[in-house]
Design a protein around this ligand. Structure first.
Ligand SMILES: [Zn+2]
Length: 255
């Protein structure tokens, strides 16, 4: 078996993302947003996106879902390494995702704040909740932890700081869960899990840049996104100098 077959690179393309969603619909699943009272009907899928690397790819996914009549939730980082949610282009893209009928919520980075106890958790969640509300014009109903650690894995209450916790006990113990974390199916292949239709409620976690136009190893998918972002930033720098009539000097002189 090749590496490509072992880790199923071909699964992780945007066209196949659409196929998987269609499979779920044809299997009889209905897509639902998170319900803070845990009131889910049978054969529900809660589709969750933790925005990690590429907000533009997340928008492509949001459009695919919109075409299929699906609503999902996009959890946004305020302290991301790979994007700045408060920068104009990214901010507008997030607003565009929301305008397609999807929900936006908080993807919370406990590492940024160095959180080690519940009191600190409540305090810093409130700060990010407030920032999110100020910029995005709505109070987030929900949050998910970014890069769980030993402490956050034990935070299993239904809510903290007035936000629904998508890692609450019920999600962990009573509902199904399938994730594409680090770009492969670590536990179960999502298509198989859907086809088996054994879950009354299934939470599916998706990470944007792990899905590309072409089949690639996970590391290459992330590198591709980083390279594309770098190219866009270079283009933006050149355009800004033109706009302001400033000299743009390289080794060969003015460009
Ligand atoms: Zn994350």
């Amino acid at each position: 078996m090749t590496i490509e077959e072992k880790y199923r690179f071909a699964d992780f393309t945007l066209p196949n993302y659409k196929n998987i969603l269609k499979l779920a619909i044809n299997t009889g699943y209905r897509f639902t947003l998170f319900d803070t009272f845990f009131e889910y009907s049978n054969q529900s899928i809660i589709l969750r996106h933790d925005l990690e690397f590429s907000v533009p790819i997340a928008l492509e996914m949001a459009k695919i879902e919109h075409q299929l009549g699906i609503k999902s939730t996009y959890f946004v980082q305020l302290h991301g390494d790979f994007y700045n949610a408060l920068e104009m282009k990214t901010y507008n893209t997030i607003k565009e995702i929301e305008s397609l009928g999807h929900e936006i919520a908080l993807h919370f980075d406990s590492h940024f704040w160095g959180i080690t106890d519940t009191q600190q958790l409540e305090k810093f969640l409130l700060i990010d909740k407030d920032t999110f509300a100020k910029y995005f014009g709505k109070v987030p109903r929900l949050f998910s932890f970014h890069n769980n650690n030993a402490f956050t894995l034990n935070c299993e209450n239904d809510s903290y700081a007035g936000m629904h916790n998508v890692y609450a006990t019920k999600y962990k113990n009573e509902y199904g869960y399938c994730a594409d974390s680090t770009g492969f199916w670590r536990y179960e292949i999502l298509q198989n899990r859907i086809s088996e239709a054994k879950d009354n409620v299934l939470q599916v976690l998706i990470h944007d840049a792990m899905w590309q136009d072409v089949a690639l190893p996970p590391r290459r998918r992330v590198y591709k996104t980083i390279d594309e972002h770098a190219s866009l930033m270079k283009k933006s720098y050149d355009e800004t100098l033109v706009k302001f009539g400033a000299k743009n000097i390289d080794w060969e002189g003015e460009v």
